[in-house]
Design a protein around this ligand. Structure first.
Ligand code: ADP
Length: 615
């Protein structure tokens, strides 16, 4: 019985814990999807990026830059095409693997410069030109025909910046404008350099042996693994003009040609590395190329793993409070919080992005709710304990008071006997009987209270005797008869089945007698109590004791078997009591494999029914 209750409590607590953990996980995921949550995740991502830069590698790309010096040498922005023509002409003999030009050449420019540029393009092997999306997204701004005809591919240079902080973290490998789809400039440069085709599936793209994870459902975004500062070499056209021998640095490399000058503001972006310093678009493209060439892909953790991770974190935070207390629970929670902080760093070191915000929030949510829950439990226990303590105190007062009465009688009588030696025999006998009766009462009282404690501890051995229900009822009714007569209450015994019971007769008599005397105690004079039974339940027999007394309402009826509980009506009735009797009765009956229930109505009366096992 006790174990059952403990089990039931355990199961409901675990269920509550699981629901709490799941709730925390889902709530934190939901909040993680808000703009605020995503932004925090992005900051955490940038932080990890700076914290764990990749190991340097031998780059296979190089930037041919139109920098400030080049611009001033070639007459400003107008001279860009002439500068590029000069630069490309110088490096062409060095045979780069591919040349990607990040400049929109959608209109004719200075005819002379265009002639030079066309000639330079003609001399360049594996040329990739750029197209940008028109602002309304209706079509592509393509290079004019005379340039395009020399290009092996045209790649798009649309930068998808993050909505809230305009940082470039990912690159759309594919973009559609109007009805035309274009691959990214860096991807085209990669493909052209490898001389392979792009093969697509919903989850990835393949170029030769390289598999590029980029789901079509996520817009074929690829996170750019920015190389450590200075890893990708940058050579300006002005520098090349001064020292044409630098051209050898371009041999076998994929060249990204574009503007790096501060004046060309339009094409400069912030990166996770930049911390406020912007990066020219051409370098961003070179970085995207290196990500592809070195296969340094960073993928996002799957939704299932994030949900499961948040759930586990929340569950362990809840468990910490459910299983431990005080500073142990606090230390455990701290450890779990630390885990939630280290998790993104751990997965990042394995090139997987695990969002920081939901995990952190899940732990905080679960800890807060578990702590609140625990606080409520502790408070409830405290209130219960206080309640029990005051009840217990009043019971002790009552008990000591009750014990004093027989003790005074015993004390007085024994004093009289010893003081008056010449007491008449009859008187002496009467006093001795009184002493005997009162000490028996005292002993009974003490044994009852001891039984309560032992019964509730569950270590009381039950005797196994056979006795008839009839005999049991008869002796109880006879004993209660005196009390009933004093209150002019009639006890009517109805039909009692002729069955035998097995168990501790003394305790069973205590139980039935207690219910019967309660009926007498809580009934006004002139009423009637009926005791009757029925055995139409197979191996069970039912014994009912019905009175026409003060009764009780449903709420009270549910609590009368609680230790120390007394109804308001009983307190007001003037009858003394401890509220212990029925709790012992219930324990005796259940220990015998039976049960007891009460049906009652205030002012009408009560029926206590014991269901007992027949042997
Ligand atoms: P008590 O010492 O108070 O009688 P019990 O454990 O025997 O303690 O009973 C618990 C409470 O149940 C009583 O105080 C009383 O409020 C209520 N009760 C028990 N029997 C009856 C009854 N026959 N009619 C109305 N109330 C009853």
């Amino acid at each position: 019985m006790k174990l059952n209750v403990r089990w039931r409590r355990g199961i409901s607590a675990s269920l509550l814990l699981a629901v709490l953990a799941l709730g925390s996980a889902l709530a934190s995921l939901r909040l993680g999807w808000t703009a605020f949550g995503r932004q925090l995740d992005q900051y955490a991502y940038d932080f990890l990026f700076r914290l764990e830069p990749p190991e340097p590698w031998q780059p296979s790309s190089i930037v041919l830059a139109i920098d400030e010096e080049t611009l001033s040498k070639y007459g400003g922005l107008i001279g860009m095409r002439a500068a590029m023509a000069a630069g490309l002409t110088t490096i062409a003999p060095a045979s780069p693997a591919a040349v990607a030009v990040d400049m929109i050449l959608a209109e004719p420019g200075n005819p002379l410069a265009d002639d030079h540029l066309e000639a330079a393009f003609g001399a360049t092997r594996h040329l990739v030109l750029a197209a940008d999306m028109r602002p309304d997204g209706s079509s592509w701004e393509e290079p004019i025909g005379r340039f395009k005809k020399h290009a092996e591919a045209v790649g798009q240079v649309h930068a998808d910046l993050d909505k809230y902080d305009a940082v470039s973290r990912s690159l759309p490998l594919e973009k559609v404008a109007g009805r035309e789809r274009r691959w990214a400039l860096s991807l085209e440069a990669f493909r052209v350099a490898r001389g392979a085709e792009i093969v697509e599936t919903p989850d990835d793209l393949s170029v030769g042996m390289t598999r590029i994870p980029s789901r079509i459902a996520d817009g074929r975004l690829m996170r750019i693994r920015y190389a450590p500062q200075g890893l990708i070499p940058v050579v300006s056209i002005a520098e090349l003009d001064r020292n044409p021998a630098l051209a050898t640095r371009f041999t076998g490399k994929v060249v990204f040609v574009g503007v790096t000058a501060q004046t060309a503001v339009r094409d400069r972006w912030m990166t996770p590395y930049s911390n406020g310093v912007i990066m020219p678009g051409i370098e961003m493209n070179a970085n995207a190329y290196e990500t592809l060439a070195q296969q340094l892909f960073i993928s996002d953790a799957s939704l299932v793993s994030v949900v499961a991770g948040c759930f586990l974190l929340a569950l362990s935070a809840g468990l910490a409070y459910a299983l431990a207390a005080g500073w142990v629970a606090n230390m455990l929670t701290l450890a779990i919080l630390a885990t939630s902080q280290l998790l993104p760093a751990f997965t990042f070191s394995r090139s997987v992005v695990w969002p920081w915000f939901p995990g952190t929030l899940a732990v905080l949510f679960a800890t807060a709710s578990a702590a609140a829950w625990r606080h409520l439990l502790v408070r409830r226990d405290l209130v219960n304990a206080e309640h029990e303590k005051t009840r217990y105190q009043s019971v002790m007062q009552f008990v000591t008071h009750e014990m004093r009465t027989p003790l005074t009688a015993i004390q007085g009588s024994s004093e009289l006997i010893s003081r008056y030696g010449s007491m008449p025999e009859a008187k002496r006998k009467q006093m001795a009987e009184m002493i005997n009766a009162e000490s028996k009462r005292l002993a009974r009282m003490i044994s009852t209270f001891l039984s309560v404690e032992r019964l509730s501890d569950g270590d009381m051995e039950l005797k196994q005797e056979r006795f008839s229900l009839h005999g049991l009822v008869e002796s109880c009714v006879a004993r209660a008869g005196v009390l009933a007569e004093n209150k002019q209450i009639e006890i009517a015994t109805g039909e009692i089945p002729a069955v035998e019971l097995t168990g501790d007769r003394e305790l069973m008599e205590y139980a039935v007698y207690n219910v019967l005397t309660n009926a007498v105690k809580y009934s006004p004079s002139g009423t009637r109590i009926s005791v009757y039974g029925d055995d139409n339940k197979g191996d069970r027999v039912r014994l009912s004791i019905r009175d026409q007394g003060i009764g009780m309402d449903k709420k009270e009826a549910a609590r009368v078997f609680d230790k120390f509980y007394r109804t308001k009506r009983a307190e007001l009735s003037g009858e003394t009591g401890t509220g212990i009797g029925l709790s012992i009765v219930e324990q005796i009956v259940t220990r015998h494999g039976g049960s007891i229930e009460v049906e009652s109505e205030p002012g009408i009366g009560s029926v206590f029914t014991l269901t007992l096992r027949v042997s």
